[in-house]
Design a protein around this ligand. Structure first.
Ligand code: ADP
Ligand code: GLC
Length: 467
């Protein structure tokens, strides 16, 4: 089974969120099951620097195709080296001011078109995929290009977040090289826009999303972001496969970012990470103060305004809060202000910091993730795996991975009162000690690895190709 895995970000080369984690770990899990997987990614500066020894394997109509292997997993990776589009430092989607790059349709049109080219009979390389696995809108046009080129490979479109759709002005249809006939309701047109995601959902052979609950939710008008009708009409082709986590990258017993290591049988050593976290973040050095942690993109999706609203109530009970995140300036301001007004109790770091994200996951006592919607979510799984039970809202992958009272604490309605009640249940368990230890151990002993889910992807590929 040859699989071309197309993605716009991949850990440890370039990362803005969970898509990078999945792109770094799912192909490796597929490889371990015997699949012949290659990754296709844009050649951003960070990618080319980290791949170092990449060799040119083909000239493309635009740019060149470089080949290398992933640093840890050894999975083959191909990067599109086209400087006018991809040699831009920083965030892969945004310019310095935080706006989308004006030519994103051209940039990710090229990613999609190259994937289709590699799956066609005039591919410039002698490796033809049976499956092209697309991820989010950035590769959404690949199934459309493949349909119009008559490619024999089958396509899977995975939705990591349906709120990001890649909708652009219709003038881009021909600019990216799709025939005008693709711009219809039965094609890439979406409410007067040219939609990369809609194209992917319409032209792909199968659609997956990253948890079974989210697969159901996006087929409703409340959560489908306008795509529910199409998804509902293709229900039989839609399935939810829960993400796994990379158990080597995220392992509290050997994590290179931690000052001390522990496992389910040596949880006392977790306190050393907490002390170091409190010290480095300027929090009061109190072993017994329950420490809440947040690591997140700061967007409306993540429900962090609810955290800000109930923070005072938590501080009044002696709790502390550490926040790492970046995103909407309004949320950044709220958390910076909160830490200024509560020195020693609250500390916020604005930015992207991988090491600190691991130290919060390990050093905090309780992880907060009150998302309004959450396709899968990886942080709650990292939290459980690190003995840091999460408080989550029952939605999407949070509902599918956290068991209330057994591995974490869940609440229903998206308001700060409900969050506060759930956080208080976590606090009482924390104070009781034994029951908290049990919840920590349950999480640490649960299996969040890729084994089962990677097998489900392989089953899907096999059912599409008839192998
Ligand atoms: P999403 O993809 O919606 O952002 P996930 O929970 O699936 O949410 O994945 C988020 C990933 O990004 C996790 O690996 C998390 O640790 C990481 N992350 C988010 N914000 C930051 C940050 N500011 N610094 C470091 N890592 C971050
Ligand atoms: C998206 C979602 C997140 C999911 C991640 C990886 O960013 O917001 O819930 O875990 O993709 O699939």
């Amino acid at each position: 089974m040859r699989i071309l895995f197309v993605t716009s970000e991949i850990h440890p080369l370039i990362k803005t969120g969970g898509l990078a984690d999945v792109s770094g770990s799912l192909p490796a899990a597929l490889k371990a099951l015997g699949a012949d997987v290659r990754i296709l990614v844009p050649g951003y500066p960070g990618v080319l620097r980290r791949l170092g020894n990449a060799e040119e394997i083909a000239r493309l109509p635009e740019g060149r195709l470089l080949y290398s292997t992933m640093p840890d997993s050894g999975v083959p990776v191909m990067a599109i080296d086209h400087p006018p589009f991809f040699w831009r430092e920083g965030n892969p989607y945004l310019d310095d001011r935080g706006s989308d790059w004006w030519d994103n349709p051209a940039r990710f049109g090229l990613l999609s078109r190259t994937a289709a080219h590699l799956a066609s009979s005039d591919s410039p390389i002698d490796w033809n995929p049976d499956i092209v696995h697309c991820n989010d809108w950035q590769s959404g046009l690949a199934p459309a290009f493949m349909k119009f080129r008559g490619s024999a490979a089958k396509t899977v479109m995975t939705i990591h977040n349906i709120a990001f759709q890649g909708n652009f002005s219709p003038e881009w249809v021909e600019k990216v090289g799709l025939p005008a006939e693709s711009y219809t309701m039965h094609g890439a047109e979406f409410h007067g826009h040219f939609s990369f995601l809609k194209a992917g959902l319409f032209y792909s052979d199968a659609i997956t999303t990253v948890s079974p609950s989210y697969a159901r939710e996006i087929q409703t008008s409340a959560m489908g972001c306008g795509m529910e009708g199409l998804l509902f009409s293709r229900s039989r082709d839609v399935r939810g496969i829960l993400n796994g986590i990379d158990l080597e990258e995220w392992n509290p017993a050997a994590d290179r970012h931690l000052p001390a290591h522990y496992d389910a049988s040596s949880l006392d050593a977790k306190l050393e990470v907490k002390r170091e976290l409190q010290r480095s973040m300027g929090l009061d050095q109190e072993d017994h103060a329950p420490l809440f942690g947040v690591v997140s993109r700061l967007t409306y999706q993540k429900g962090l305004d609810l955290v800000a609203e109930c923070a005072q109530g938590l501080f009044d009970q002696g709790a502390q809060l550490v926040v790492l995140g970046s995103g909407d300036h309004e949320f950044e301001r709220i958390f910076l202000q909160l830490s200024e007004s509560h020195p020693g109790r609250c500390s916020a770091r604005i930015g992207f910091d991988e090491g600190l994200s691991h130290r919060i996951m390990a050093g905090a006592d309780i992880f907060l993730m009150p998302s309004r919607f959450e396709p899968c979510g990886l942080n709650q799984m990292y939290g459980m795996h690190y003995g840091t039970p999460p408080v989550v809202r029952t939605t999407g992958g949070l509902a599918d991975s956290v068991s209330d009272g057994a591995t974490g604490f869940s609440f229903g309605a998206a308001n700060s009162h409900e969050l506060y009640l759930a956080a208080n249940r976590a606090l009482s368990a924390y104070r009781q000690g034994d029951s908290f230890r049990k919840i920590q151990r349950n999480g640490m002993e649960s299996d969040f690895g890729w084994g089962k889910s990677a097998r489900e992807y392989l089953d899907l590929y096999e059912s599409l190709t008839g192998r």
